[in-house]
Write a protein that binds this ligand. Structure first.
Ligand code: GAL
Length: 715
């Protein structure tokens, strides 16, 4: 049903009217682009980049919300934190109403006391700016800052994470409170890190309020310069959408049929930049007063509204929140995928696991508790994949509010609980593993991750509803995880020269820079493997002239005459060079070879007799193309073929055994071994167990469900 916007998209809210005729020069409401882009251009890897100052131990702790408790509980908390080995807590994330009870009036007595107590106990603080929940007074005074959904619903107070990121009142108020905090606590002995806001983009990624519309127009002016360029980029000659004035442009709100996909894609880019400008505003305000590194907690693979490749350049240290989808049997594999992506965002540098859960969360359909040992397995998997911090949401379980059924380090059941015992054990294990801090994960295989491509692919009216970028990303990652291959993620324009193999499982949108980068990688000797429906459009969701896949035709040595998606549930057989008969589903293509060789063909289905899998030698490298969906063992077979062709050795995997190696600057190798299976397995490495200090032989075992951290004997 259409929910056509009836208010004027051109007018600013009455109380805060400003001239929209010259959007570019209206600095007061500069929504996003200038701040984000200027800052992106500046050398932001400042001297602050590096690691949290203070202890050389792995950081251990969690969100701490003492404002929910009386003072005597704080004292007990601190005692218990010491018992568990906690050395970092995130404080103040939801405390705006407490520290600024009336606009411009600050009351720091609560934070003063909490921070002094923590400092006295030797527990460091990651100080939050509380800007994810503006106080009630803010909403009363600035109701026009409320976000509006695509369907036109204006959201109300009483929750969190809701504000128009383009609201000038919000921008000013959030910068003011961040600045006041930094001024007061920039030299406090407890504060070692700043935590700006909380999970930008969740739950509101896009807002369709009037401020956002104004900001969008400015962002577009900055991007395109002229309406002529914009009309051409958006293909507005289609369906008669030509714009004659900037103030005719609206956000792509819910309309009668589907909206212009280029407009929607740009609105997603704008929205990510608008949120980023909020972060940059607070970050720069903090930097004026405080020397500690600054972060904001990402949700690496699970926040659809933010392009973290851009964001990662702006934080001093990358931090991430991860929650299992508890009902999935492979939730530990998805955890590993998230951790590998986070490390990649951090450019391989150590990162902070800012939040995860000790046991069940409270917001899934069925909140499954973690089984005994799962807490350590999950935490260690993040550490194995480069995190030098293990933090939880939250230290003490809340007795009231929306999250009272969420697990915590200290659950309602208190210190006699299994969870508490496992928390204390984990604290001690991490304490014993300090020496691996700062070491790096090495990977010779990469997967291309393009947020822009995912945004574009997930828009409406694609050739099949079964095309789902996330599904393919998970499938390829899972195949590599099962084979025991550690992977990095890369942006399409990243330097790929260090990788023996690069997989692009779902790369629908590829711009000129990305496609020439992939071509260059293959020409220089790399092995690229691309899955179907990739390289189809360029940056404005436009099909390049000629046959698909325009952006990859040359490197793959083929063209696609027609997409041949399959009916729901249909499968196709593949035969050819491989011994096994593989089964495809969802998709096939009518491929015309233009230099590539078919290594497998369709036995049946709409492309019967035509190529299914191809390889093209190009320059010193080669590029594979897989034109259908393979799953399970078939996909693993394909992945092994590609890896083997590039000389990447694949050891016979042990089911359920996760083994990742981190290498220190001096060459010391640390291997984290996590046994997700119920039966024991041999560790396969000689060295020293960091938990016990005992020597470990290669045939030593890691029991079912257990973890071991081994410093290898060989350098
Ligand atoms: C996170 C959020 C935390 C807490 C947690 C519960 O997304 O940052 O504040 O709500 O979820 O799982």
């Amino acid at each position: 049903m259409s929910t056509q916007h009836t208010g004027s998209p051109l007018a600013a809210p009455a109380e805060h009217a400003f001239d929209v005729s010259d959007p570019v020069t209206d600095a007061a409401t500069d929504a996003s682009s200038a701040a984000a882009r200027d800052s992106a251009a500046a050398p932001t890897t400042s001297a602050r980049s590096g690691w949290i100052p203070g202890t050389s131990a792995i950081r251990f702790g969690g969100d701490y919300n003492p404002e929910q408790w009386p003072r005597e509980t704080w004292l007990e908390d601190i005692e218990l934190m010491r018992e568990a080995g906690v050395n970092l807590v995130s404080v103040g994330i939801f405390s705006w109403a407490l520290i600024e009870p009336r606009e411009g009036e600050y009351d720091f007595s609560f934070l003063d006391e909490v921070l002094d107590l923590l400092a006295g106990a030797g527990i460091d603080v990651d100080l939050g700016t509380p800007t994810t929940v503006p106080p009630a007074w803010f909403w009363k005074k600035y109701p026009q800052s409320r976000p509006v959904t695509r369907e036109g619903v204006t959201l109300g107070f009483g929750s969190r994470g809701l504000v128009s990121p383009s609201s000038p009142e919000y921008r000013a108020a959030s910068v003011a409170v961040a600045s006041a905090l930094a001024e007061r606590y920039g030299s406090h002995p407890a504060v070692v890190l700043w935590h700006v806001h909380n999970e930008y983009g969740a739950p509101i990624g896009e807002s369709y309020d009037d401020y956002s519309v104004l900001g969008f127009r400015r962002w577009l002016q900055d991007r395109y310069g002229s309406l002529e360029q914009l009309n051409s980029a958006w293909g507005t000659s289609f369906w008669g959408q030509r714009y004659g004035e900037w103030d005719e442009i609206d956000a792509p709100r819910q309309s009668a049929s589907i909206s212009n996909p280029a407009q929607r894609l740009d609105f997603k880019r704008f929205s990510s930049d608008a949120l980023l400008a909020c972060f940059i505003g607070e970050r720069d305000a903090i930097r004026r007063h405080a020397p500690q590194p600054i972060t904001t907690n990402f949700m690496a693979t699970s926040c659809p509204s933010v392009d973290y490749w851009t964001w990662a350049r702006e934080v001093d240290i990358v931090s991430n929140d991860h929650y299992l989808t508890a009902e999935r049997d492979d939730n530990h594999v998805m955890l590993a995928m998230d951790a590998d992506f986070t490390r990649s965002l951090a450019g391989g540098r150590p990162w902070i696991l800012m939040e995860h859960s000790t046991s069940a969360v409270n917001w899934q359909p069925r909140n499954i508790a973690k089984r005994s040992g799962e807490l350590a397995r999950n935490s260690l998997s993040h550490v194995a994949r480069g995190s030098d911090a293990v933090l939880f949401f939250q230290f003490r379980a809340s007795r009231f509010g929306a999250e009272k059924f969420h697990s915590a380090m200290l659950p309602h059941a208190g210190t006699s609980s299994r969870t508490w015992r496992e928390v204390v054990q984990l604290g001690s294990l991490l304490g014993a593993a300090s020496s691996l801090r700062g070491s790096r994960v090495e990977a010779s295989v990469a997967i291309v991750w393009s947020t822009e491509s995912f945004w574009a692919q997930d828009l409406e009216w694609r050739p099949s509803v079964d095309l789902a970028h996330r599904e393919r990303m998970e499938a390829f990652y899972t195949a590599l995880w099962n084979l025991g291959v550690t992977v990095d993620y890369v942006h399409p324009s990243a330097d790929l020269s260090g990788y023996a193999v690069v997989f692009a499982p779902s790369l629908y949108l590829l711009d000129d820079e990305g496609s020439s980068n992939l071509r260059g990688y293959v020409a220089g000797g790399g092995t690229l493997a691309v899955s179907y429906f990739s390289g189809i459009v360029s940056s404005n969701d436009d099909v390049p002239a000629g046959a698909y896949p325009g952006q990859l035709r040359e490197v793959l040595g083929l063209s696609i005459e027609e997409f041949l998606p399959l009916k729901s549930g249909d499968t196709v057989g593949l035969s050819g060079a491989t011994d096994a008969a593989w089964t495809g589903s969802v998709w096939s293509d009518a491929i015309v070879l233009e230099g590539a060789t078919a290594v497998s063909s369709y036995v049946d289905g709409p492309a019967a007799g035509q190529p299914a899998i191809t390889v093209n030698d190009s320059g010193d490298g080669s590029a594979w193309y897989l034109s259908t969906r393979l799953d399970g063992a078939d996909l693993e077979g394909f992945v092994v073929d590609v890896l083997t062709s590039a000389g990447v050795a694949v050891q016979p995997p042990v089911v359920g055994l996760e083994r990742v190696t981190r290498v220190a600057d001096d060459g010391t190798r640390y291997t984290v071994v996590i046994n997700h299976a119920e039966t024991s397995a041999s560790v396969g490495i000689e060295g020293t167990d960091l938990a016990t200090g005992e020597p470990v032989a290669a045939d030593a075992v890691v029991a079912g469900g257990a973890v071991r951290i081994i410093r290898e004997s060989r350098h």
